[in-house]
Design a binder for this molecule. Structure first.
Ligand code: TRP
Length: 332
């Protein structure tokens, strides 16, 4: 058997997937599954560090599984699973809690941010989240974990925890590379081009399942820039709004920035904004339709996540058994 390198990524089903997720990392995953042995999981255990509505959570997890497949992740070629289906995550998570220091968790910027945002629910899970994430990663002995900037600190603490554990018990964990992939385009909010596109600002955000007329409306209202020339030009410093649209249009159509500037030479924003909207609608249409089709086929989806959980579990349990043995737990 050829030894492919292992890659793993978890995504929290805490919001609906949007254009920023798609044009950023998601669009590049189908290429990765050809090259690497890939694990993708819905990090549902992580989402409950913030209060979730049960029906919403269930719907989002299933929708996300369907969307991954619709975006081109062939479940025959990679492992797609739901985190809570593989108990080893919670089990190793507990173990790693005991090898993670209060001080280092206190320094995590995501904890500080989320604690500030959810003052009424600063729970222990929110605090120990990085140890669970380290368990997610280390169970599969991945070579790298492609994450965005916001998760870099979490991969670093995972490396620290792995090295600490290995220092005591020998080489149990493979220490993953902090692979901060060039994850494709960084898409900004349509109504606030200084901030990343985010579900928390829905008017500036285009969701993958959104109706075409809503998408078009959001693009028509997109913030452009107040320079006098009103020309379509990629220049993120002085024209952040238009540059964001140029970037989206480029990603949706495959055209270069120069070609786009030439195409809209002398036409102004009035022609450009609806054109970007249309291009996005056409890019998302097949994904939305395929997602809807898959969601209607419950049996197939169930098959995918069950098979995924079985495959994931075999690998995860092997690591967990090794850890338990090293620690000195009596085998059952
Ligand atoms: N913490 C990640 C996020 O919020 C999600 C996540 C959980 C994850 N476990 C992971 C990502 C393991 C990569 C590897 O986006």
């Amino acid at each position: 058997m050829d030894e492919k390198k292992v890659m793993l990524s978890g995504i929290q089903p805490s919001g609906d997937l949007h254009l920023g997720n798609y044009l950023g990392p998601l669009r590049h995953w189908p290429e990765m599954i050809e090259e690497f042995d890939c694990y993708f999981f819905m990090a549902d255990l992580h989402t409950i560090t913030v209060r979730q509505d049960p029906a919403q959570l269930r719907r989002r997890v299933l929708t996300q599984v369907a969307q991954y497949i619709a975006c081109g992740l062939d479940p025959e070629k990679c492992t797609i699973f739901i985190q809570s289906h593989v108990p080893a995550h919670a089990q190793l998570g507990w173990v790693l809690d005991c090898y993670t220091m209060f001080g280092e968790l206190s320094r995590m910027t995501q904890f500080k941010d989320k604690a500030a945002k959810h003052k009424d629910n600063i729970n222990a899970g929110l605090f120990t989240y990085p140890a669970l994430m380290a368990a997610d990663i280390l169970l599969y002995q991945p070579d790298f974990v492609p994450v965005g900037d916001d998760q870099r600190q979490h991969v670093e603490i995972c490396r620290d925890i792995a090295e600490r554990f290995n220092g005591i018990y020998g080489e149990v964990f493979k220490v993953p590379q902090p692979h901060i992939a060039k994850v494709g385009a960084r898409i900004m909010s349509l109504n606030d081009p200084q901030s990343k596109m985010s579900k928390s600002n829905p008017e500036g955000c285009v969701f993958l399942m959104e109706r075409p007329e809503d998408i078009l409306r959001k693009f028509k209202r997109a913030v452009t820039d107040s320079d006098t020339q009103r020309c379509v030009r990629y220049d993120p410093e002085t024209k952040p709004g238009v540059s964001n649209l140029v970037q989206i249009y480029a990603a949706a159509t495959g055209k270069s920035f120069e070609a786009i500037e030439a195409e809209f030479e002398g036409k102004g924003y009035g022609a450009f904004k609806p054109a970007v909207g249309e291009a996005v609608v056409e890019t998302l249409r097949p994904i939305r339709e395929e997602t809807e089709r898959l969601l209607a086929d419950k049996g197939y989806l169930e098959g995918v996540y069950r098979t995924g959980a079985e495959r994931a579990e075999r690998v995860a349990n092997r690591t967990l058994r090794k850890v338990y043995k090293k620690i000195g737990f009596v085998p059952r």
